[in-house]
Write a protein that binds this ligand. Structure first.
Ligand SMILES: [Zn+2]
Length: 274
C-alpha cells in the first residue's frame, strides 16, 4: 500500500484533476475572472512552517502545468523573499498569510498596523493581490474578524481566501484528513463577510478517497487547501510529518473536549450541592 501525504500522492491528485477536466486556478485568477470555467479547481497552499517544502511542491505543479496560490506567514522560517520570488517566477501566485489579530492579542487597531507593515514587506519582493488568514487553535481570536472593522480593499488587496469564494466546495488537508474533523478555524463560512456557519463538506478521509470524488466530477467548482510541509518527499520527512500531525490532533481533541468536560464537572458540583 502506498503512503498518503507524499509528494507522489499529491502529483496523482493533480493528474486526476487535470484528467477529469478541472481548470486549475489561483485565488487571484478566481477573484479577477469575468467568466469562470465550467469546471475549476482553486489550488491553495498555506506555508505555515518552512518555505523549502513549498518550493518543492511548486516545482511539481509547474512541471504539470498547474497554477496555485502560496500564502506565506510573516515568520522567520517562512518569510523567505528569495523562495517567494522563485515560486512567483514559476507562474504561481504568492500571497500573505496574516495572523495579526493573534499577534496584537485582539487589539484591532494594533493588528491593522502590523498588517500594513507586513504587507509592505511582502510587496518589496512580490506582488500581493490576495490574502488568507492563519488559524491558530490555541488563540481565542479568529484573524479574519479583522475585516469586521477594516477593509482590505483599501490596501489594494483584491480578495481574502476565506471570504471571497462563491459556490465552491472547500476541502483542506488540515488534521491530515480531508473531512471536517480537526478543522477548528480552517473552514469557509456560509456568508461572504467571514461570518456564519461552516459549509457542509463530504465525509472524506484519505487522498485516494478525494481522487475518487474528483473522478466522479460531481462538484464542478473545488478549492483545495494543502499545507506543503505535510506532503513529504522522503521516508524520514513523512514520519516526521505524521508525528507532528498526530501530536497536534491530540491537542485539538483536548481543546474540542475541554468545554464539555468543564460542563460535566460543573454539573457534578451542582449535583453534590443539591
Ligand atoms: Zn496557516
Amino acid at each position: 500500500m502506498s503512503l498518503d501525504f507524499t509528494l507522489t500522492r499529491y502529483e496523482e491528485l493533480c493528474q486526476a484533476l487535470l484528467q477529469s477536466g478541472y481548470v486549475p486556478m489561483t485565488i487571484a485568477d478566481y477573484v479577477e475572472a469575468g467568466k469562470l470555467p465550467a469546471k475549476l479547481v482553486i489550488m491553495r497552499h498555506d506555508v505555515d512552517q518552512t518555505a523549502d517544502t513549498a518550493l518543492k511542491m511548486a516545482r511539481v505543479e509547474s512541471r504539470l502545468g498547474v497554477k496555485a496560490t502560496y500564502y506565506f506567514r510573516f515568520k522567520r522560517r517562512t518569510f523567505k523573499p528569495k523562495i517567494m520570488k522563485e515560486i512567483s517566477s514559476l507562474g504561481h501566485e504568492v500571497g500573505y498569510h496574516y495572523e495579526t489579530l493573534d499577534k496584537a492579542r485582539g487589539d484591532y487597531e494594533k493588528a491593522m498596523k502590523i498588517f500594513e507593515r507586513e504587507l509592505s514587506a511582502f510587496r518589496e519582493s512580490v506582488q500581493v493581490k490576495t490574502i488568507s488568514k492563519h488559524g491558530n487553535p490555541l488563540t481565542r481570536w479568529d484573524n479574519v474578524h479583522l475585516w469586521q472593522k477594516h477593509d482590505f480593499k483599501a490596501l489594494g488587496v483584491l480578495g481574502e481566501a476565506y471570504m471571497s469564494l462563491g459556490e465552491v466546495l472547500y476541502l483542506s488537508d488540515t488534521g491530515r484528513t480531508w473531512g471536517g474533523e480537526y478543522k477548528m478555524k480552517d473552514w469557509v463560512p456560509t456568508k461572504g463577510d467571514g461570518q456564519g456557519q461552516p459549509r457542509a463538506t463530504p465525509q472524506l478521509r484519505t487522498t485516494a478517497e478525494l481522487i475518487g470524488l474528483v473522478r466522479t466530477g460531481q462538484h464542478p467548482a473545488l478549492c483545495l487547501n494543502t499545507h506543503a510541509g505535510r506532503w513529504a518527499d522522503s521516508p524520514l520527512g513523512w514520519a516526521f510529518s505524521l508525528m507532528n500531525d498526530t501530536a497536534v490532533n491530540v491537542v485539538k481533541r483536548m481543546l474540542i473536549l475541554w468545554p464539555s468536560l468543564k460542563k460535566e464537572r460543573a454539573r457534578r458540583v451542582e449535583a453534590v450541592r443539591q
